[in-house]
Design a binder for this molecule. Sequence first.
Ligand SMILES: [Zn+2]
Length: 98
Amino acid sequence: MPLYDYRCANGHNFEARHGFNDPAPACPVCAEANVQRVIMSAPGVMQGMNANVSKNASKAELQSKWGEEAPKLREKLVSKLGEEAVNKHAPTLNTKYD
Ligand SMILES: [Zn+2]
């Protein structure tokens, strides 16, 4: 289930994991039922520790994805086109994502 960020009418931020069609949960701090989902990508909410953590996590995910996929892709291309052609036409596959 996806993890959603919420902000209640009294200004508490919290996260809740629930299904897409489920109603929004009440605030765990003050039990306020009037809560709004916070869209993380919107400008102005990318602040505080939570925003930094999820930013770093997705970058780390990208890095590990690239580290996994690039060598495989390169191997495929080398077997098809040869080492020289890959170095010439796809030099980015030789570099590490950072
Ligand atoms: Zn609250």
